[in-house]
Design a protein around this ligand. Structure first.
Ligand SMILES: Cc1cc2nc3c(=O)[nH]c(=O)nc-3n(C[C@H](O)[C@H](O)[C@H](O)COP(=O)(O)O)c2cc1C
Length: 296
């Protein structure tokens, strides 16, 4: 059957390649039906202790994207205890995202997440533009140390979420050599927005992360380049607003994609993308496997 949509990310098997990106759904109950149609959900990034996030305003909208500086507001690892029954209800694969502000916090966080026994894998957020501490992609030596220890401490699938701002290719090489299951390309792009009328910055934090259609060609370039250079599974994240974008990323070599900010405007987007992809495969008489990386 050509239109079956199963894909795999390292050891992680997904019913289809549509993943909800971190930060898009919190741990709320309202999204169960949508999430159950997806291959996986990556939950909001957790830190060891609760975080209040950045000063407001935290969001600025543009015609081709949005700037956010949420600053990882989250209840902390222990704060999700009362969400366990909700998370268990989900039929899609459940991926926890986490970030440690200090190097030695990583292992405590991992241990606590493992103890919940509900997650199918982990996405390590190494690239959040909205926090002062925890942007580990800047230092390849420390990054290697952290990821090596994480790999030694779990058998579950591990995904590293990266930034193109520094050391991208070097970091991918390290991650590949440490037997990570996949990389997510990319996080939001550090950016600022100006309110010229009131002569001030639009965000309380000045800096934010830019997402949406404007970043898609930039991310596509990296998906293509990294696919050519490295044998590692790629999850693409950046600017998906329709099934067309999904197919483009798959043709460039991504094995799965994440839907981010467009989900806020259109919660039906995951099912629209799935239908579009099924149709596309039928019309082209190709399997999902055949279209992944078809563009050489
Ligand atoms: C409001 C908002 C919050 C986000 N929070 C997180 C987060 O907690 N962890 C993370 O790894 N990425 C976070 N992201 C980044 C998204 O997961 C995604 O990588 C990025 O938005 C690019 O995809 P898009 O262009 O489809 O939005 C957030 C993005 C937005 C817009």
């Amino acid at each position: 059957m050509l239109s079956h949509l199963q894909t795999s990310i390292g050891k992680l098997k997904l019913e289809n390649p549509i993943i909800i990106a971190s930060g898009v759904c919190g741990f709320g109950e309202e999204n169960v039906e949508v999430l159950n149609q997806c291959g996986a959900v990556v939950f909001k990034t957790l830190t060891l202790n609760p975080k209040k996030g950045n000063p407001t305003p935290r969001v600025a909208e543009f015609p081709y994207g949005m700037l956010n500086s949420i600053g990882l507001e989250n209840p902390g690892i222990d704060g999700i205890k009362d969400k366990i029954s909700y998370i268990k209800k989900l039929k899609c694969k459940k991926i926890a995202s986490f970030l440690a502000e200090k190097e030695d916090e990583f292992f405590l966080i991992l241990e606590k997440l493992e103890n919940y026994k509900i997650f199918d894998g982990y996405e390590i957020n190494l690239s959040c533009p909205n926090v002062e501490k925890g942007r580990w992609f800047y230092d390849t030596k420390i990054l290697k140390n952290i990821l090596k220890n994480l790999r030694q401490n779990t058998k579950k699938p591990l995904i590293a979420k990266l930034s193109s701002e520094k050391n991208l290719l070097e970091n991918v090489r390290i991650i590949k050599n440490l037997n990570f299951d996949a990389i997510t390309l990319l996080n939001t792009y550090t950016a600022i927005a100006v309110d010229y009328k009131n002569i001030k910055f639009k965000l309380g934090n000045i800096y934010g992360g830019y997402s949406g259609p404007a970043i898609k060609p930039l991310v596509q370039r990296w998906v293509y380049d990294i696919r050519k250079k490295f044998d590692i599974d790629i999850i693409a994240s950046g600017g998906i607003i329709s099934g067309v974008d999904v197919v483009e990323y798959l043709l460039l070599g991504a094995k799965a994609v994440q839907i981010g900010s467009a989900y806020f405007r259109n919660p039906n987007l995951p099912s629209e993308c799935i239908n579009f992809l099924k149709n596309y495969l039928e019309v082209k008489k190709l399997s999902l496997k055949q279209i992944i990386g078809l563009l050489k």
